[in-house]
Design a protein around this ligand. Sequence first.
Ligand SMILES: *[C@@H]1O[C@H](CO)[C@@H](O)[C@H](O)[C@H]1NC(C)=O
Ligand SMILES: *[C@@H]1O[C@H](CO)[C@@H](O)[C@H](O)[C@H]1NC(C)=O
Ligand SMILES: *[C@@H]1O[C@H](CO)[C@@H](O)[C@H](O)[C@H]1NC(C)=O
Ligand SMILES: *[C@@H]1O[C@H](CO)[C@@H](O)[C@H](O)[C@H]1NC(C)=O
Ligand SMILES: *[C@@H]1O[C@H](CO)[C@@H](O)[C@H](O)[C@H]1NC(C)=O
Ligand SMILES: *[C@@H]1O[C@H](CO)[C@@H](O)[C@H](O)[C@H]1NC(C)=O
Ligand SMILES: *[C@@H]1O[C@H](CO)[C@@H](O)[C@H](O)[C@H]1NC(C)=O
Ligand SMILES: *[C@@H]1O[C@H](CO)[C@@H](O)[C@H](O)[C@H]1NC(C)=O
Ligand SMILES: *[C@@H]1O[C@H](CO)[C@@H](O)[C@H](O)[C@H]1NC(C)=O
Ligand SMILES: *[C@@H]1O[C@H](CO)[C@@H](O)[C@H](O)[C@H]1NC(C)=O
Ligand SMILES: *[C@@H]1O[C@H](CO)[C@@H](O)[C@H](O)[C@H]1NC(C)=O
Ligand SMILES: *[C@@H]1O[C@H](CO)[C@@H](O)[C@H](O)[C@H]1NC(C)=O
Length: 751
Amino acid sequence: MKSFSFALIGITASLSLLTSTQAVTLSNGTASNSTVGGRCSAIQKTDESSYYSVVGVQGTGVHPRQELRELEQDAETWNLFLQAFARFQAMDQSDKASYFQVAAIHGAPFVQWDGVAGEGLMGYCPHGSSVFLPWHRPYLALFEQVLQRKAMEIAIEYPAGYSQEKALSVASHVRLPYWDWALNPGNSTEGVMPASLRSQSATVTYPNGTSGEIPNPLYAYSFHPLKYEDFSALAEYEFKDWNTTIRLPENGTSPTATSRNDVANERATTAQPDNRDTLYKLLTTYQSFNEWSSAAGGSDIGSVEVLHNSFHNMFGMGNMGIVEASAYDPVFWFHHCQMDRLMAIYQYRYPDTWVQAASQYKATYYYEVNSIQGANSPLEPFHMNANGDIWTSNLIRNWTSFGYTYPELADNPSNTTLTSTINKLYKPQTQGLDSNNSTDGSSGAATNSSAKATDWNAQVKMPADIQVSYSVRCFLGEPSSDPTQWATDPNYIGQVATASSPRMSSNITFTSTVSLTEKLYKKFQAGELTSLTDEAVSAFLEKNFHWRIQALDYTEIPRSSPPKGLNVTVFNIPISIPKNDTDVPEWTGSKAFKPEIHGNPPKSATGAPLAGNTDGWNATSGTWHWSNADEAAVSSAVNQIAETTTSAAPHSSVTAGPGEAVEVTTLPNGQVVTHVVTVVVTVTAGAEPAETGSASLKEAETATPVTTAVGSVTPGPGEAVEVVTLDSGEEIARIVTVVEEVTVFVPAPTA
Ligand SMILES: *[C@@H]1O[C@H](CO)[C@@H](O)[C@H](O)[C@H]1NC(C)=O
Ligand SMILES: *[C@@H]1O[C@H](CO)[C@@H](O)[C@H](O)[C@H]1NC(C)=O
Ligand SMILES: *[C@@H]1O[C@H](CO)[C@@H](O)[C@H](O)[C@H]1NC(C)=O
Ligand SMILES: *[C@@H]1O[C@H](CO)[C@@H](O)[C@H](O)[C@H]1NC(C)=O
Ligand SMILES: *[C@@H]1O[C@H](CO)[C@@H](O)[C@H](O)[C@H]1NC(C)=O
Ligand SMILES: *[C@@H]1O[C@H](CO)[C@@H](O)[C@H](O)[C@H]1NC(C)=O
Ligand SMILES: *[C@@H]1O[C@H](CO)[C@@H](O)[C@H](O)[C@H]1NC(C)=O
Ligand SMILES: *[C@@H]1O[C@H](CO)[C@@H](O)[C@H](O)[C@H]1NC(C)=O
Ligand SMILES: *[C@@H]1O[C@H](CO)[C@@H](O)[C@H](O)[C@H]1NC(C)=O
Ligand SMILES: *[C@@H]1O[C@H](CO)[C@@H](O)[C@H](O)[C@H]1NC(C)=O
Ligand SMILES: *[C@@H]1O[C@H](CO)[C@@H](O)[C@H](O)[C@H]1NC(C)=O
Ligand SMILES: *[C@@H]1O[C@H](CO)[C@@H](O)[C@H](O)[C@H]1NC(C)=O
């Protein structure tokens, strides 16, 4: 066994961070100083064997990821899945493969993972990007890989023999399930959000055969511990005070907020028909991959990313609602698994279109704003192997290589079979109206293979980034005067939403649609709309169609001073509706816009903050104003970077030592940050030791600090001294520069 002793001069926290994210290994000083990261020019790796191989589940075959409710029917797999999920969440947060650190890749805290350096106040995940969906594929594979390993660990605890073999066989097909929020709910009492996500406890049967109640791991993640500074950069939100993840809090700025899963379920259930209709259009209408997948892709039907935003928005000021905190909520994983499934179905249907190189409108921790990224761009920080090769969109194109598929694709269906499946799952009840008062023109064209009718929609154009997530909500009938009720209002149809924050800025304006056809037919059936002719429907919509703009915290943004570029216009378009489920409908003409349908602006709306809030809409700047995101956010943001990248060096006065340089970076929020980067590796004296040792976080935390001076090694600002005793008995001291993870070795005086 190797033994370690540590002389920590500098800050322990930063050294712990270093040793937890990267095993510290000795090098002979010839380590390459080539760029690994995309943003910093001086990132160096001294140990190539320490990369985390993101490979998905290997060695157990290709198994379908199941819908949550379907998986729950399979009692044995569900039991193992729940326990594995709980065990994943229980992992020490200092472990690179812990639930905490895997979730942190997506957003806060803004630190590096697996040695991939970055910059700025964003996670690695790209939004408004051509690689938005591809990036999440290896991300989910990583999550699934750890989850399935936990299932195997549990299976091994079953009594040897038949029950263990059985458990191992069950564990071998544990995969991440998805939440299909577009499905018509099989059980209308349950609603659209599965009960398994909403109950606080769950019953499991342990490997020893006894049963017990555990906190439901699908309900929340509990931080252990919650570190205030991990979330303090998100100054305008409360995550720094919440020791568990929270869904749709009533008051998002309260430190004692609680989850309201039942209201979230009501929201999901109210919006389900519209979300299903949008999804159906996206799956059945050809658009190129960039148009289809990304908010910045230029679609005029809508994109999967914009549809995806709605399910973040649904959870309000809770974790899921905020990009930088969302991946901690278990529901994130089931939602994104659904996203990956939609991408796989789309890929299967349209195999010839794929990621096109495009400008990145928003910076990520790794990508620079305005950089061009395409199918061969690195999906950082996901390494394919221990050598540090990185996944790209081209390399993740075939999902089965990660060991999973989806139920709809498991049997390699023909295109016709897949089309029938899509129709079975998502076909709207009413796809078009015709002036003969029928829904699909069948009364006029019963013998043809398809019928002509009219599809009615609202087209929504909206700027993506106004410092807050917000949505355009559509209604057929007057909405409640209380904005907190809008998302569950009986007259509510659906929304188009953004997912943004004060740290995300871009000039993206995207387009999406809200379907009106089915709701109009219901009004016709109810006798409120008396005829389905163009004129009658237009007149009805002039009177009854309403839309409102609402920020994530419920505040109404007044239509009289809307975000710049926002435009909502009703249109209709001829649609050809097939009689046979082996086919899909098609828009056959061009959009006829109805500018006379104004959407009934409210008599008065001021954008005034809700009671108790000091945040609100600033009509002059056309952006949201966060009262506590000013000074506090800036200073904590700077501190965050100082702590995680430049160690204890005081920020205002960084000085470069020998072999160092000062790098000045402008963050997406305009802040200028200065820090020391180490540009070369220097061997001060001595030869490469014969043996190497490595330190883990645990050891670092429990080691007894050596307080004596260590030879001539003097740490500079942002450095620490580490003393390692090798197996040979030889003791070496080394300076650890936290910022760039470069190790410099000198022999220690023999004790
Ligand atoms: C240092 O290590 C590299 C990589 O392991 C090796 O190629 C090189 O020969 C070594 N140099 C010396 C001086 O030992
Ligand atoms: C390291 O960087 C220096 C300065 O940029 C360069 O001259 C040298 O060739 C680099 N070394 C390696 C191994 O890439
Ligand atoms: C429907 O959902 C409710 C509420 O979750 C549950 O009590 C009931 O057992 C479910 N019914 C069926 C048939 O699954
Ligand atoms: C079975 O395992 C559970 C979980 O480890 C434990 O709480 C329980 O006490 C065990 N029961 C018996 C009878 O050993
Ligand atoms: C979380 O915080 C609440 C108070 O907000 C407290 O009651 C609870 O015990 C805390 N839980 C943990 C696990 O620290
Ligand atoms: C499947 O059918 C659709 C039309 O419904 C067509 O656009 C698409 O190209 C077909 N895909 C394949 C792989 O044949
Ligand atoms: C995807 O990979 C699997 C093997 O994992 C292979 O059987 C299949 O043909 C590949 N599909 C495509 C479209 O390349
Ligand atoms: C449609 O229904 C309305 C009300 O029932 C009726 O007045 C109208 O004549 C019908 N139009 C057609 C074309 O049947
Ligand atoms: C958006 O900004 C980019 C550069 O940041 C610029 O190239 C582009 O023209 C802008 N687009 C619009 C519509 O303003
Ligand atoms: C809103 O969009 C419609 C349809 O594209 C267009 O006719 C109209 O001019 C736009 N209005 C504004 C103010 O841009
Ligand atoms: C639907 O189309 C398929 C393939 O074109 C055909 O085999 C089937 O008989 C049709 N079904 C009906 C009900 O027309
Ligand atoms: C929300 O909570 C904050 C902090 O406790 C409080 O100041 C504010 O008044 C609350 N807002 C509402 C609408 O209750």
